[in-house]
Design a protein around this ligand. Structure first.
Ligand SMILES: [Zn+2]
Length: 217
């Protein structure tokens, strides 16, 4: 029998995903690059006379840019979700507050929110089992010792003053998501094979990651 495998995935802006296996996937859509041409064409449209040929041309141009963005995003999300579904039996993600989309008026942020939502839908459709865990403290908690390490959005590295763990903040979050997920099942309810990733292994991975980061400093 093939041993079962589980993974925790954190979604973000710098990396589209960072998972508890230590893999990160960069966001293929450079938001700044993407928004510039959109804004330019939108300005063109507003400057041109209603019903004019030039305005119509600009509107078509805008539609093409939109289509291109949508297709690139779809393609990327399909490939990534298929890879996670094929390589794992259980995938854990954090529950994304849908309210963020309304509350946050920044365009790039709202684009990312809807993008993550679509990605999670694809995952749900393809994975054998997709489990959402609460997003509470996934960024703050130290994945090795549980110590709370609050950090602003610009802080990219998780540094724990208690156990000295130093890893990427999104990697730390993804391990927390995995641990939360495994806890939901509970050791008693979870098939033994699912415990491929034990807390000991997780902390060993963290140490390895720490050494890698320190080497490049
Ligand atoms: Zn710690």
């Amino acid at each position: 029998m093939i041993s079962k495998k589980s993974v925790g995935i954190d979604v973000g802006i710098k990396s589209f995903t960072y998972d508890s296996d230590g893999y990160s996937t960069p966001n293929p859509l450079n938001l700044k690059k993407m928004l510039k041409p959109l804004a330019r064409v939108q300005r063109k449209i507003s400057r041109r006379k209603k019903g004019s040929n030039n305005r119509l041309k600009a509107i078509h141009h805008l539609q093409r840019i939109h289509e291109k963005i949508v297709n690139r995003r779809k393609d990327f999300q399909h490939k990534l979700s298929t890879a996670y579904a094929n390589n794992n039996d259980v995938v854990f993600v954090e529950h994304l507050e849908k309210l963020n989309m309304v509350k946050n008026r920044r365009l790039s942020r709202s684009i990312m929110d809807s993008s993550w939502g679509m990605f999670l839908q694809k995952l749900e459709y393809k994975c054998k089992l997709l489990v959402e865990v609460s997003s509470q403290n996934t960024t703050i908690n130290c994945s090795r010792c549980g110590n709370k390490v609050p950090k602003g959005l610009t802080v990219r590295i998780h540094r724990c003053g208690k156990c000295n763990l130093v890893i990427d903040r999104d990697y730390n979050a993804s391990i927390n998501i995995l641990q939360k997920g495994l806890k939901i099942f509970g050791q008693d309810n979870l098939p033994q094979e699912l415990w491929k990733v034990t807390p000991v292994e997780i902390s060993m991975r963290s140490v390895k990651q720490e050494q890698i980061i320190q080497r490049f400093r």
